[in-house]
Design a protein around this ligand. Structure first.
Ligand code: AMP
Ligand code: DBH
Length: 533
């Protein structure tokens, strides 16, 4: 399966962007050169590069022994524990393709990933944040037709412990995976019904990781705190945990992102950089300000990266002084394109823009509604193509026809303006999505669930401004004429009971008699949003 047109792939190789190295080979490289250096620290353990490498080998061998073949998919739903990387690198080494689920995903999402990707195995923790993932796994296994093995990190309950998959003397699959093959499936926040799967290969992903590590000046002395869920594209690759491994540094996994946990870890582990979403950055800053000189020692922290949702200039101003470090804005997407403000950018640029692309060969177009290019300074739709931006979602030809131009540009759905220096400022969004402090909610997915409620005639889910998260979701509901009005909490519980992740449950429910409509009779979400203000 080729993920890029052959001539584009050849160009990216000739330019030196695509090197043919596999993502897991960086672990092998450091294991050979500096075996005893610590690669990853979690709540309980420290694994050296040699240990991480050996574990990935054993897991790859175990997968092969279990009959998992090159190209087979597995769903990876692990929180921030060291085993996340054991399974991730082990799978890649075996040529097995992980689907990068988030710990917050519930029955609806996990069952969909397993069924759609025809997954052979599911990896879950026993419990996480008070939720029993073994119960979820049992429901999913009952719902999907194919044979699905479940491996549990922790107490396995009725399933197999991860340890059972580790093969101490088994052989690695004989054939090395190809660097252009599908390596794993990343997730998109999406704007239509169900989350889309994004096919990433070693070549494109490793390029973005390596270049990100360079831009962020990572070294073997870098210590990266992973506070967001490890599977998310931002903490995984921008430069995140993989960028840190690439540089031979150390990854510290935070079990939760609360200010108490994170600030204590920064002090204890002498963390040098981390990446967070705006609401978290503000919560950490507030905690650090409140603690003052008596608080945790944050003097090791050099760089705070903020991305995933728009950071206001006011918030941006506050962060550096509160945490005593440099700020970097990151505007990225799991489909590819990532923008960073740079160490050499002036303060105004860092505070007011979302950065500029990683690569000189990232093509960025800002266009009007008819795909006509707009001059710098004018907001328009962001289209992009380049050496690490995918050319289509996995097995979604109809959606791809809309989400990509005929010549392969990805329609990001973001409204941006380009400055004279080539920096991008995110001005808004054209896609039907709520960005809840970096957690993306496709309005249509929630609407489809609510439409199945017996009292609901029609529903429209929109973003409403929120001081803390930037946006929250509000479901506007038209009831059936004969229906008794349900309480808002009942409708929220209905969404939860449908098995959707908690962050997709509408924050607010409002009952209306009709929706404002656009000139041609479509629901005007713009006008609905305005009613909410
Ligand atoms: P996804 O496609 O699900 O990976 O989500 C990526 C989207 O998150 C982008 O297309 C933007 O809409 C949003 N996003 C990411 N970083 C930023 C940022 N720094 N400012 C504003 N929006 C952002
Ligand atoms: O929001 C994102 O998806 C995102 C943000 C920052 C991302 O994928 C990234 C950096 O790589």
């Amino acid at each position: 399966m080729t993920l890029y047109p052959p001539e584009a792939a050849a160009r990216h190789r000739a330019a030196g962007y695509w090197t043919g190295e596999l993502l897991d080979e960086m672990v092998r490289r450091h294991a050979a050169a500096t075996p005893d250096r610590i690669a990853v620290t979690d709540r309980e353990r420290q694994w050296s590069y040699a240990e991480l490498d050996a574990r990935a080998d054993r897991l790859a061998a175990g997968m092969a022994a279990r009959g998992l073949r090159r190209g087979d998919r597995v769903v990876l739903q692990l929180p921030n524990v060291a085993e996340f990387f054991e399974v991730f690198f082990g799978a890649l080494r075996a040529g097995v393709v992980p689907v990068m689920a988030l710990p917050a995903h519930r029955r609806a999402e996990i069952a969909y990933f397993c069924a759609f990707a025809e997954a052979r195995a599911l990896f879950v923790p026993d419990r996480h944040e008070g939720f029993d993932h073994r119960e979820l796994a049992a429901e999913v296994r009952a719902a999907v037709p194919q044979l699905l093995e479940v491996f549990v990190v922790g107490d396995p309950g009725p399933f197999a412990p991860l340890a059972e998959l580790r093969s101490p003397e088994g052989a690695l699959p004989p054939e090395r995976p190809d660097s252009g093959d599908l390596a794993f499936l990343q997730l998109s926040g999406g704007s239509t019904g169900l989350p889309k799967l994004i096919p990433r290969c070693h070549d494109d992903y490793l390029y973005s990781v390596r270049a990100s590590a360079g831009i962020c000046e990572l070294t073997p002395d870098s210590v990266y705190l992973c506070a967001l869920p490890a599977a998310h594209n931002f903490p995984l690759s921008s430069p995140g945990t993989l960028g840190t491994f690439f540089a031979g540094g150390r990854v510290v996994l935070a079990p939760d992102p609360s200010p108490a946990t994170a600030l204590a870890l920064i002090a204890r582990e002498r963390v040098t950089l981390t990446g967070v979403v705006p609401p978290l950055a503000l919560a950490w800053a507030a905690a650090a300000e409140a603690a003052g000189d008596g608080g945790p020692d944050l003097s090791s922290l050099e760089l705070l990266q903020v991305g995933g949702a728009k950071l206001s200039e006011g918030a941006a101003r506050r962060l550096g002084p509160a945490l005593g470090c440099r700020l970097q804005q990151v505007f990225g997407m799991a489909e590819g394109l990532v923008n960073y403000t740079r160490p050499e950018d002036d303060e105004h640029t860092v505070l007011t823009t979302q950065g500029r692309p990683i690569s000189p060969d990232d093509e960025v177009r800002v266009v009007d509604d008819h795909d006509r290019d707009l001059p710098d300074g004018t907001p328009g739709h962001l289209l992009t193509r380049g050496p690490y931006t995918v050319r289509g979602y996995w097995r979604a030809p109809e959606h791809n026809a809309r989400a990509f131009t005929a010549d392969g540009f990805y329609r990001t759905g973001d409204i941006v303006r380009r400055t004279a220096t080539g920096h991008l400022v995110v001005e808004g969004r054209a896609k039907d999505q709520i960005n809840r402090g970096g957690e993306k909610v496709a309005a249509e997915e929630v609407e489809n669930v609510l439409l199945a409620h017996p009292a609901v005639h029609d529903v429209s889910v929109v973003a409403v401004p929120d001081e803390f998260l930037g946006e929250r979701s509000c479901a506007y509901v038209i009831l059936r004429p004969d229906a008794e009005r349900p309480r808002p909490v009942e409708l929220k519980a209905f969404v939860r009971a449908a098995g959707l992740a908690g962050f997709k449950v509408p924050d607010r429910v409002e009952f209306v008699d009709a929706f404002p409509s656009t000139g041609i009779g479509k629901v005007s979400k713009k006008d609905l949003r305005a009613t909410a203000n």
